[in-house]
Design a protein around this ligand. Structure first.
Ligand code: SIN
Length: 516
């Protein structure tokens, strides 16, 4: 067993990097499955950061929109806390060098996204916010003497003694091959390893984001919250790529229309806000068009035209790679798993139910998002809770210096079974996707358990299966439709169920013991 006095941060997206900087000069070890900046959902975030920056806006209005979009289960104190800190975080990122779009008078240029009552999303070069914020933070982390980064290393499990996390099990990855693990004792562990979108066959998330980090916390006994609430993005590009490139919601904020193969603007009859209705409503409408064989498409031609190439370079580049010219043709779209509102249950300091374990970013469920996240609140939440968790961890530390960690990974280990992963992802998309039924969820649980049992020696796959089982079980036991959870067999919301759900992995197994 190796020991360190460094705080271990699992994940190198925006939450992990920001927390490492906030902890400085206290020593930190960041565990990153890839080279910094690669493979993190944050780098792919196109929209930007929601923050009340204009004189016509306020944190209170932002909190109201967050609560309304969340469909009855947002924690109102958390919404007030997060929206109240948004402006300070934008100014801090600006000080760190993030080149947010500004007008000649220095005002932040704001995008309008769905279910916001006002343009409120701070952006960089149209759709480059995630990439540019990450570049800024990576440069700061690389220059910070207190931060050690281990790249191409993954966390596989947590060591727990008497309900307290004492360390972490790590392994090195080479392609899909995982080395034998090494256990590392540490004074504190912060999980910031992203969501679960890649557990679904159709997703906008980077390939490695498959619920592993949530799953390892669940397998260690952490309480999970709101696991049934997975957000599907309505305008993933349907161009045969895995992952599916995103066509940012900001395009609809600029007037792009959804149209089907009959030429019908189908959102006109779905909701008074049409294309800017809450994301769950637009996603279900797009899904219905796909199911009906009426190929849904995003038409940017009239509203944006050739300016798409300069104003939305990431979307334009994805179109180019897919052989689509968005100035001449609409972009085929589909609803794809995009963001997990659920995750490890945390309090206002980012503490999990296990002592010694903090969580921030998409892996956490703070109560901000409720049943349906308001667009561009994800990056904001990661910033706010990275800082709060860092402050809380710092208060528990006694040392301010530590030697670099030197881990020797032994040859051997195993490879993930690509067929098993593909099957798991297909189960999630077909049976735990945009529209669910009790019968389909029960079948999914049965198949997840049997896949898990067949791969019992692979910790990474066990972590994925734990998250998948928790999603399906929570969805089965929420016998209503609310926000992103749609049940064909319970199509209404039940006011008595307007509350967050909490579940441990042991409880999920107990609740489904008759399904095997
Ligand atoms: C988008 O740009 O459409 C996605 C933004 C988000 O998921 O918050």
């Amino acid at each position: 067993m190796i020991s360190t006095e460094r705080v271990v941060i699992v994940g190198a997206g925006l939450g992990g990097l920001y927390a490492a900087l906030m902890l400085a000069p206290r020593p930190v070890l960041i565990i990153s499955p890839e080279t910094l900046g690669e493979g993190a959902s944050s780098t792919w975030a196109q929209g930007g950061v929601a923050a009340a920056m204009s004189k016509d806006d306020s944190p209170e209005a932002h909190a109201r929109d967050t609560i309304a979009a969340g469909a009855g289960t947002v924690d109102q104190e958390i919404a007030a806390l997060v929206t109240g800190m948004a402006q300070a975080h934008i100014l801090d990122l600006t000080d760190h060098g993030t080149p947010f779009d500004r007008d000649n008078a220095g005002n932040y240029i704001l995008n309008h996204e769905a279910a916001h009552s006002i343009a409120r999303v701070v952006r960089v070069k149209g759709d480059q916010a995630g990439r540019k914020i990450m570049e800024t933070l990576i440069a700061a982390v690389r220059a910070a003497p207190s931060v050690q980064v281990l790249e191409r290393v993954v966390a596989q499990g947590l060591m727990v003694e008497d309900g307290c996390v004492t360390g972490i099990r790590l392994a090195q990855i080479t392609g899909e091959r995982v080395s034998k693990p090494v256990d590392l004792n540490a004074p504190a562990v912060l999980l910031a390893g992203g969501g679960s979108g890649g557990l679904f066959a159709l997703t906008t998330n980077p390939p490695r984001i498959r619920g592993q980090v949530m799953g390892l916390a669940a397998r260690a006994g952490a309480v999970m919250a709101d696991m049934e609430f997975v957000q599907f993005h309505p305008t993933a590009m349907d161009v045969g790529l895995d992952p599916a490139p995103l066509a940012t919601e900001a395009l609809r904020g600029e007037g792009a229309r959804l149209v089907n193969s009959d030429g019908v603007n189908f959102m006109d009859t779905e909701h008074p806000q049409a294309e800017l209705a809450p994301r769950d409503i637009v996603a279900r409408a797009v899904f219905a068009q796909t199911q009906a064989g009426k190929r849904p498409m995003l038409d940017t031609r009239a509203a944006i035209g050739v300016e798409i190439f300069t104003r939305f370079p990431a979307v334009a580049e994805a179109c180019r790679k897919a052989g689509i010219d968005p100035a001449h043709d609409p972009i085929p779209v589909a609803a794809a798993a995009h963001y997990h509102m659920g995750g490890v249950a945390t309090d206002a300091q980012g503490r999990s139910s296990l002592a010694g374990l903090w969580v921030c970013g998409e892996a956490a469920s703070t109560g901000l998002h409720g049943a349906n996240r308001l667009a561009s609140n994800g990056v904001l939440e990661a910033l706010v809770f990275a800082r709060r968790a860092a402050g809380d961890i710092a208060a528990t530390l006694t040392t301010v210096d530590a030697a670099p960690v030197d881990l020797k990974f032994a040859e051997g280990g195993i490879s993930l079974d690509a067929n098993a992963v593909a099957e798991l992802r297909n189960i999630m998309t077909s049976l735990v996707g945009v529209r669910r039924t009790g019968e389909g969820l029960t079948r999914a649980i049965e198949r997840i358990k049997s896949l898990n049992a067949a791969q019992s020696d692979c910790a990474d796959f066990a972590n994925m299966c734990a998250t998948a089982l928790l999603i399906a079980t929570a969805a089965l036991h929420r016998r209503e439709s609310r926000g992103a959870q749609w049940r064909d067999d319970f199509p209404s919301s039940d006011p008595a169920l307007a509350q967050r759900s909490r579940l441990t992995l042991t409880e999920a197994y107990d609740l489904t013991e008759d399904v095997s």
